[in-house]
Design a protein around this ligand. Structure first.
Ligand code: ZN
Length: 87
């Protein structure tokens, strides 16, 4: 589970990109935190960088195979402090 301090800096979005499952080595569709669907391990991956390989971490037999799912992605749009559109 991804952990944060200030929930006002996160936005929930019902985008289908969060439902996609990605095999190891596939380019990450967004810069963000990805979770292994087998064991729950989380990693940070830059946009278009390959998702970690299947041997990136150890699985127990009951964990199954490695597949990655996007948990949180970085919003690259500027949001300056004191921005009148933010208040
Ligand atoms: Zn795993």
């Amino acid at each position: 589970m991804a952990i944060y301090k200030d929930g006002t800096q996160l936005m929930q979005l019902g985008n289908a990109i969060f439902d996609e499952e990605h095999p190891p080595g596939e380019p990450a569709p967004r810069a963000g935190i990805y979770q292994c669907l087998g064991c729950g391990r989380e990693v940070v991956v830059a946009e278009d960088a390959p998702l970690p390989a299947a041997d990136h971490h150890t699985h127990l037999p009951l964990d199954g195979t490695t597949a990655w799912k996007l948990l949180v992605f970085a919003d690259h749009r500027p949001s300056r402090r004191g921005d009148p559109l933010e208040e």
